[in-house]
Every structure is written in structure tokens, then in C-alpha cells.
Design a binder for this molecule. Structure first.
Ligand SMILES: Nc1ncnc2c1ncn2[C@@H]1O[C@H](COP(=O)(O)OP(=O)(O)O)[C@@H](O)[C@H]1O
Ligand SMILES: [Mg+2]
Length: 158
């Protein structure tokens, strides 16, 4: 895990900076253009929420690596008023601000992992990950790779 500096989201321009960071890192990690777009929209939605509802907050975007799997993790943290009713907000059709990514349920759909903790005392913490689909091991050592599978006696038996 390579933690990078949190991006402070205070002004409108900071949302664009977070988008750029998401674009650069997702591209560098090898995400395809469609996944890059999903990640950028997710970051954009989270940063926008910080700006609109929490006055300010922090977005941290970094590489995640767990036993050969590479992903991008996005943390959104603020000390704002909290979300009063998380289940309602997470139901589709709630989003009020007309953003591209259809609010927090949209972020959940665009990413692979999503969790949210929110209270009036502690503010809001959203933690989300998107994993890279490409296996990080050489294809010849990957049991799921067709070349390996077809030459494997075990897999040819009954
Ligand atoms: N970081 C936050 N702090 C406080 N309230 C938030 C935060 N993020 C979202 N909310 C609340 O949750 C609601 C739903 O957010 P979201 O799903 O992004 O949709 P939208 O921003 O379009 O309303 C917002 O209208 C707002 O009331
Ligand atoms: Mg929103």
C-alpha cells in the first residue's frame, strides 16, 4: 500500500485536482479507459459532496496491493454534519444535486468495495476500492489462463 498525501477539498478547484489525481493514478496502474472514467466520476462525486455538504474535507487516493491484486483506494473523510439517514440516501433515486454519477449509490455501483460511516459527532468517512481486473501473475503460471489449462493433465481428466 502506497499512501499518498490527502487532498484538501475546500474550493471548487480542489474537485478538479482530485479528478486529475484519480485520472493519473488509475491510468498509471493500468486501468482501462472505461474503469478510469468510473473512478474519476466516483472521486468527483465524493469531492463534490465534501464541498457542498461538509464545507470541507479530505480525499486520499492511493494504490492498494494485496497478494498480487492491485487496486485503487479512495478515502473521503470530513468533520461535517454527517448524513442523517444513510439507508435512505443509499436507496436509488434520492440524489438531489444532479451530478453525473447519481450520488453515493452511483459511487457504490461504479466501485468494487464501498463502506460508509457517518454521524453528527464524527462526520462522514467513505472508503471505496476498485480492483484491476488483469491478473498480476504471468499468464503461464495462471491456472485460469487457457494455455495453462489446456496443457494441464488434471484439468483434462474426467
Ligand atoms: N460528506 C457529506 N456530509 C454530509 N452530508 C452529506 C455528505 N455527502 C452526502 N450528504 C448528504 O447525503 C445526500 C445524498 O448525497 P448524494 O447521494 O451524493 O446525492 P446528492 O449530492 O445528489 O444529493 C446529500 O443530499 C446530503 O444531504
Ligand atoms: Mg452528491
Amino acid at each position: 500500500m502506497e499512501m499518498s498525501a490527502p487532498l484538501l477539498i475546500v474550493r471548487m478547484e480542489d474537485i478538479a485536482a482530485a479528478r486529475n489525481k484519480a485520472r493519473n493514478l488509475s491510468k498509471a496502474l493500468g486501468f482501462g479507459t472505461l474503469d478510469q472514467t468510473r473512478i474519476i466520476i466516483a472521486v468527483s462525486e465524493l469531492a463534490r459532496n465534501l464541498y457542498l455538504y461538509a464545507d470541507q474535507g479530505q480525499i486520499t487516493i492511493y494504490k492498494q496491493q494485496i497478494s498480487g491484486c492491485v487496486g485503487i483506494r479512495i478515502l473521503s473523510v470530513d468533520s461535517g454534519p454527517g448524513i442523517v439517514d444513510v439507508p435512505t440516501v443509499m436507496g436509488s433515486g434520492y440524489s438531489t444535486s444532479g451530478g453525473l454519477g447519481a450520488g453515493l449509490p452511483g459511487v457504490k455501483k461504479l466501485m468494487d468495495e464501498f463502506s460508509i460511516l457517518s454521524s453528527a459527532e464524527e462526520g462522514t468517512r467513505i472508503n471505496t476500492v476498485k480492483w484491476l481486473r488483469t491478473p498480476q501473475i504471468p499468464s503461464t503460471q495462471n491456472p485460469l489462463h487457457p494455455d495453462t489449462a489446456s496443457s494441464s493433465p488434471q484439468l483434462l481428466k474426467g
